[in-house]
Ligand binder design. Structure first.
Ligand SMILES: NC(=O)c1ccc[n+]([C@@H]2O[C@H](COP(=O)([O-])OP(=O)(O)OC[C@H]3O[C@@H](n4cnc5c(N)ncnc54)[C@H](OP(=O)(O)O)[C@@H]3O)[C@@H](O)[C@H]2O)c1
Length: 238
């Protein structure tokens, strides 16, 4: 029987590439995003015909609860949850409004907590189950103009490690994947690639390269509570 994988932020970018790779490995994939049409378009491009798109704002507790309830009742037990839904708004702290701060924390940090909480009861009864949160090299190293985004991602790192300790005895693994600078819609507006620290591998990353590492963390049965940087080495220079 094929495994069920839920990918938040699966309609675009890194999440979409993870959804594609999981589908190509025989998983049935539920793509979660706010924009249902974009989710459906992503689902239509996946290998196999059994995938589903659902609309849900991961920062809204009731939406998350009802979405995961629907998944449980309609599609069965989740084996993998990948939290790729995320937003970014650059700005110096002195110019950042509290509403922007809240929205970054709500989606990037609270959103992943809510989806993990909603998925866990089912995951605990599924052999080989795994959670994967997507952080950022900015959360690990910090970067001027991204203090709030960075806080949301380093918070997620502590959450991931602690949750790994909480649920290891129940057979659920929890890991974190930390991309560097990857070519997606999120980085399309980045004007000054040249202002980044030098990337030892000499180029920005592609979503498929992040997806490969995500698959490794989801499938490795003896890896939990870990943070894997997929950044072309940029963290060495930050
Ligand atoms: N690209 C990079 O260089 C980079 C580097 C480090 C870390 N990351 C992290 O990697 C993850 C994916 O980034 P990306 O570059 O692939 O971004 P992206 O291309 O902008 O895609 C973001 C995805 O998240 C979904 N999303 C955003 N807010 C949501 C919400 N409230 N509820 C549900 N879904 C939501 C979007 O769909 P809707 O808009 O339809 O909701 C979309 O599917 C993010 O967590 C990001 O912080 C990216």
């Amino acid at each position: 029987m094929s495994r069920l994988a839920v990918v938040t932020g699966g309609s675009r970018g890194i999440g979409r590439a993870v959804a594609q790779l999981l589908a190509s490995r025989g998983c049935r994939v539920v793509v979660v995003s706010r924009d249902l049409e974009a989710g459906r378009a992503a689902v239509a491009s996946l290998d196999g015909g059994d995938h589903v798109a659902l609309s849900c704002d991961v920062g809204q507790e009731q939406e998350v609860k009802s979405t995961f309830e629907k998944i449980r009742k309609t599609y069965g037990k989740i084996s993998y949850l990948v939290n790729s839904a995320g937003v970014n708004r650059d700005g110096l702290l002195l110019r950042q409004s509290s509403s922007v701060m809240r929205s970054l924390l709500e989606v990037n940090l609270l959103g992943s907590m809510l989806t993990c909480k909603a998925a866990l009861p089912g995951l605990m009864h599924t052999p080989g189950a795994a959670l994967l949160n997507i952080g950022s090299v900015v959360g690990v190293k910090g970067r001027a103009g991204q203090s709030v985004y960075s806080a949301s991602k380093s918070g997620l790192e502590g959450f991931t490690r602690s949750l790994a300790k909480e649920v290891a005895s129940r057979g659920v693994r929890v890991n974190m994947l930390v991309p560097g600078f990857i070519r997606t819609d999120m980085t399309a507006g980045l004007q000054e690639w040249s202002s980044l620290p030098p990337i030892p591998l000499g180029r920005v990353g592609e979503v498929e390269e992040v997806a490969q590492a995500a698959l490794f963390l989801l499938l490795s049965p003896y890896v939990t509570g870990q943070t894997l940087l997929v950044d072309g080495g940029i963290s060495l220079n930050m």
